[in-house]
Design a protein around this ligand. Structure first.
Ligand code: ADP
Ligand code: MG
Length: 320
């Protein structure tokens, strides 16, 4: 259903009251020329912007509720990777038309994520044009405690949360209608990735470096490697792969795990001692040691047993 609602009516109906306003921080939300926040003492603000364009990042006609969840999860995952707690977000929305059904679904997805992760929508911009969704999330972290990509040290363990490769495999399925259990699991992992805040909570005081896997394990590991000036050995057999991906891709599962993006798992390094201290009580969360940091001169190498294997491609790169 298309409508003649004005921009302001749209904002009021679909974007006001998304998430609960934390009045300790938010002085002024939607409705004025700017939003106003006051940061608590000794906290730093982390923020990250994610944009999704129809036809580029998602297929035409994709479910609006899922899109909202996915763009929020992608942006929130960056906060998790820094060890920050979500606080508020802004939304830039470019719409071809004011389709009320679409807006209703999109707003529902936003509300779900805002409530689940305790952040509120405090402002944004709404324009007409090809469907494009931009979300900027803001989170708080104790001053000087943000987890960066730099900081990995030779000998540190390389660890990843959850499973790898599921979302990448789902890309093959985006235009399929009838799907079986395995396929719907993979699609669920693509559309509804889980920002790993619980895992981040456990590791934030011990990790020496951290990144979220958005472009692919190897591509993102390369960012840690460059920022930390160290190389890595990765154990191919250790890569965490879901039973569903194994069933879907067989021999190809490891290639998805190494190279495909969109999983939004956390990849981090930690000293052996620190990991030993905390690894007895991981609260049922999934962490897998997949390798270790080595001198920078050794670059990134993948091993199967004690044999080195060659890698063909590294993740997803825009503009190439
Ligand atoms: P201005 O013209 O001063 O930039 P706008 O008319 O764009 O203001 O927006 C009016 C108010 O609505 C502002 O507070 C703005 O932050 C908010 N807003 C606009 N679009 C959105 C959106 N998509 N989501 C949330 N808030 C929005
Ligand atoms: Mg103004």
């Amino acid at each position: 259903m298309s409508s003649t609602l004005s921009e302001f009516q749209i904002i009021k109906r679909y974007f006001e009251g998304v998430g609960e306003i934390d009045s300790q921080i938010i002085d002024l939300g939607i409705g004025d020329d700017c939003s106003v926040v006051t940061l608590p003492p000794n906290q730093s603000l982390c923020f990250s912007l994610d944009t999704m364009v129809e036809g580029r990042h998602f297929p035409k006609g994709a479910c609006p509720e899922s899109l909202a969840k996915r763009v929020m999860a992608a942006a929130l995952s960056d906060l998790a990777a820094m060890g920050a707690k979500p606080s508020f977000f802004t939304l830039s929305l470019t719409l071809p038309e004011a389709n009320l059904d679409w807006l209703e679904g999109f707003s529902k997805g936003l509300r779900f994520m805002a409530n689940a992760h305790k952040l509120s929508l405090v402002g944004g911009d709404t324009t007409r044009g090809p469907l494009t969704i931009g979300v900027q999330v803001h989170g708080l972290v104790k001053k000087e405690k943000a987890l960066r990509r730099s900081g990995a040290k030779e000998g540190d363990l390389l660890i990843v949360t959850g499973n790898l490769g599921d979302a990448g495999a789902a890309l093959k399925l985006l235009n399929n209608d009838a799907v079986n259990d395995v396929e719907s699991y993979l699609l669920e992992r693509y559309y509804h990735p889980t920002p790993r805040f619980e895992e981040a909570d456990l590791i934030c005081s011990v990790a020496s470096s951290c990144i979220d896997v958005s472009d692919g394990l190897l591509a993102d590991l390369r960012h840690i490697s460059a920022a930390s000036f160290c190389g890595f050995e990765v154990n191919l057999e250790a890569l965490p792969i879901s039973a569903q991906l194994q069933q879907f891709a067989g021999e190809g599962a490891r290639s998805y795990a190494l190279n495909s993006g969109d999983d939004y798992e956390l990849l981090f390094t930690v000293s052996r001692d620190a990991w030993e201290r905390i690894s007895d009580d991981l609260g049922g969360l999934k962490f897998t040691v997949i390798g270790r940091a080595v001198p920078e001169s050794q670059d990134i190498k993948i091993y199967s047993g004690d044999k080195e294997v060659l890698i063909e491609s590294e993740g997803y790169k825009h503009f190439e």
